[in-house]
Write a protein that binds this ligand. Structure first.
Ligand SMILES: Cc1ncc(C[n+]2csc(CCO)c2C)c(N)n1
Length: 236
């Protein structure tokens, strides 16, 4: 799948992407993602990322499920709750893969703490679900879709044939046509909701989109550094 078409120039999504363009570039150029693209990424760093991502997917699914209860029509509710289910199906798939691909036992998995950045991102999404207006919650959810589609298709452009690529399953998931269609639906939903929001709400939407995109960067960076709690040493 190639890159998505640009969103309508007068809408929220176009404004949000332009506002975060430097950060989007930094995400694509992060050493985690350049290593994912050329296949040089350390397997252990990737395993750390996958374990944290499974934790993230549970929190993200909760935010999507909460958003679906606030939709004002069945089509949007179905999209949001279907995406929540999709995130949980993916969590189950990753979890099953821990054992087969990375040789981790259930006890080892349970012993891996949720990283500070993973907890911060999921806590932020859950907080948006509880305390922010529906349009702001949707703006916080959107980078999860859009940033991954951007990263996946940018990596695919640079790799070409994936037959021998060690991270082909990951790249295929996020450069896939079905996923691109979901990202377009998410963008259209956010543009539509933003169009009938007042200026103050639109400002908060932009802040939420930006914050969630910052958390996307933090998430990759935390895998790259195998981020741990600096306080762990005080707890024995
Ligand atoms: C940190 C992080 N951010 C985004 C995604 C991508 N993602 C997760 S669930 C979903 C859509 C609903 O099924 C998408 C696009 C990820 N895996 N990890």
């Amino acid at each position: 799948m190639s890159k998505l078409p640009a969103p309508p120039a007068d809408g929220f999504c176009a404004q949000a992407w332009e506002h975060t363009a430097g950060l989007q570039q930094a995400i694509v150029e992060h050493p985690f993602n350049t290593g994912l693209a050329d296949g040089s990424l350390d397997r252990e760093v990737f395993a750390f990322y996958i374990v944290q991502d499974a934790r993230y997917l549970v929190g993200f699914a909760q935010a999507l499920a909460a958003a679906s209860t606030r939709a004002d029509n069945a089509e949007d509710a179905a999209f949001l709750s279907g995406s929540a289910n999709g995130a949980l199906v993916e969590e189950r798939r990753l979890h099953a893969g821990y054992v087969s691909e990375f040789g981790l036992t259930e006890a080892e998995i349970d012993g891996i703490g949720t990283s500070p950045s993973c907890l911060a991102y999921t806590s932020y999404l859950r907080a948006c679900a509880l305390t922010e207006p529906y349009p702001v919650l949707l703006a916080a959810i959107l980078p999860c879709f859009w940033v991954y589609q951007h990263v996946g298709t940018t990596i695919l452009e640079s790799t070409g044939d994936l037959a021998e690529h060690p991270y082909r399953a990951w790249i295929q998931t996020y450069a896939d046509d079905e996923f691109a269609a979901a990202v377009l639906t998410a963008r259209e939903l956010v543009d539509r909701v933003a169009a009938s929001a007042d200026d103050a709400t639109r400002q908060r939407m932009l802040a939420a989109f930006t914050r969630a995109t910052e958390y996307e960067w933090l998430f990759w960076n935390s895998a790259w550094t195998k981020e741990a709690w600096p306080t762990a040493e005080f707890l024995g």
